[in-house]
Design a binder for this molecule. Structure first.
Ligand code: 4NP
Length: 159
């Protein structure tokens, strides 16, 4: 019998930097491990002002340099996401508290996780910093944290 799928929604503010990068990094890891049929991935933002846009060009360039092609189109978080996804993973304190406020039930609230809680190589880091007003180092740090967290997420969920 086919193993059950895990549906994961990555969430940040604009859905043009951190969360589409998380989706792309995670997709790349599960593809490389032959686990594509075990996961459904998407990403969304708490601010809908970039809806329909591709990821920020700087994020796409930094991701591409590490072998990730980001082609997600930004969309806002919907209340129905809490029903349709098993895990809803936010990037920072603000994402987490806003997701908690949107969760329609206690069961839905329990699906909310923090991306950095999965990091193994960055033990002191408690959030993925918003790179939007930062330089190249900000985008590189985002990718470092996401690669760390996604590898351990896949390890945990594929056991
Ligand atoms: P993200 O970055 O939340 O990682 O997608 C941002 C993108 C856009 C804005 C803020 C953060 N903005 O204010 O438009």
């Amino acid at each position: 019998m086919a193993k059950p799928q895990t549906k994961i929604l990555f969430v940040c503010l604009g859905n043009i930097c951190r969360s589409p990068a998380a989706q792309g990094v995670m997709q790349s890891i599960i593809d490389a491990r032959g686990l594509s049929d075990r996961f459904v991935l998407d990403s969304a933002g708490l601010y809908g002002g970039h809806a329909g846009e591709l990821p920020d060009k700087r994020m796409r360039i930094h991701a591409f340099q590490r072998g990730y092609r980001l082609d997600h189109r930004s969309r806002p978080v919907r209340v129905s996401d809490f029903e349709n996804y098993d895990l809803i993973i936010g990037m920072d304190d603000s994402n987490i508290s806003r997701l908690r406020a949107l969760a329609p039930t206690l069961e839905a609230e329990r699906k909310i996780m923090r991306m950095t809680d999965f990091c193994r190589q960055h033990p002191g880091v408690s959030y993925v910093p918003d790179p939007y007003y930062e330089g190249s180092e900000g985008f590189e740090l985002v990718l470092d944290l996401l690669e760390d967290a996604c590898a351990s997420l896949v390890d945990q969920l594929s056991q």
